[in-house]
Write a protein that binds this ligand. Structure first.
Ligand code: R5P
Length: 258
């Protein structure tokens, strides 16, 4: 890895722990104004101090986030689909590498839809993005998207997706936690972070998810709804930090929810 690429990765995964707590607020690119993210700038204001990186689109970055923000940006560069459209998997690159550099992004992110009719298109987009990222020293985060098919999230499918993403050159992969997650992590030679998915029943369920993922090999979280849709968003992100960076137990971290 060249110096620029290494430097950007070390801003995303803290050198002290090798891990990261990233806050994802990119959902609007296909979901529109979902609950509690109607005003992204307001939603993240109390949370940025506890966040190692912010994942979002160029539209929200330019319009809702102050340019004095001092945390790394993971720029979502894929899109072109919507929740009411014919196929969520029909996604392509819609933000250029030049834009990512102009916006001082520390990484770019795109979704890949393996096993769908658009598998080839999204994997070729990953390859091309990695080629461009290598040219400029910008890491690529591949997101193993499942669209509406949440039941797909098992170790066999996610293991396949994560391995393919890393083989095609992604510097980091974002996936879901699942049973036998350690098998997924072991077979993925680049840092793996987990999404939270739709809001879980309780706050402790979220902490358990984060705890198990870290214990089984994840290098961090890139979570959204389970943090900013919580009535205790600050408590949630603080507790998740404690698990990710301090290897705290669910019980210890849970004390920060109070
Ligand atoms: C989803 O497509 C987005 O990329 C989100 O960044 C990702 O799903 C993480 O957010 P959440 O924890 O809400 O699932």
């Amino acid at each position: 890895m060249d110096w620029g690429m290494k430097n950007r990765m070390s801003r995303l995964l803290k050198p002290e722990t090798g891990k990261g707590v990233w806050l994802a607020i990119d959902h609007g690119y296909f979901l529109g104004p979902i609950s509690k993210l109607e005003e992204p700038g307001k939603a993240i204001r109390p949370l940025v101090g506890f966040t190692d990186a912010l994942m979002l689109t160029r539209g929200v970055l330019r319009n809702c986030i102050g340019a004095n923000l001092d945390i790394p940006i993971i720029l979502r560069v894929s899109g072109g689909n919507s929740i009411v459209g014919p196929a969520l998997s029909d996604e392509g690159i819609q933000t250029s590498m030049e834009e990512a550099i102009r916006l001082n992004a520390s990484a770019v992110a795109l979704s890949i839809y393996i096993g769908t009719e658009h598998e080839h298109k999204t994997l070729m987009a990953l390859g091309e993005l990695v080629n461009q990222g290598q040219r400029y020293g910008i890491p690529v985060l591949a997101v193993t998207a499942v669209g509406k098919e949440l039941a797909k999230r098992d170790a066999r499918y996610l293991g396949l997706c994560c391995r393919i993403a890393s083989e095609l050159g992604a510097q980091a992969v974002k996936t879901y936690y699942c049973e036998d997650f350690e098998k997924v992590a072991k077979a993925c030679p680049v840092p793996l972070v987990i999404a939270g998915g739709p809001k879980l029943k309780t706050e402790l369920d979220v902490l358990k998810l984060a705890y198990n993922a870290i214990k089984e090999g994840a290098k961090g979280v890139d979570m959204g709804r389970n943090i900013w849709q919580s009535d205790n968003a600050v408590g949630m992100i603080k507790a998740i930090r404690k698990i990710v960076h301090e290897n705290a137990s669910v019980k210890e971290a849970g004390k920060l929810l109070k």
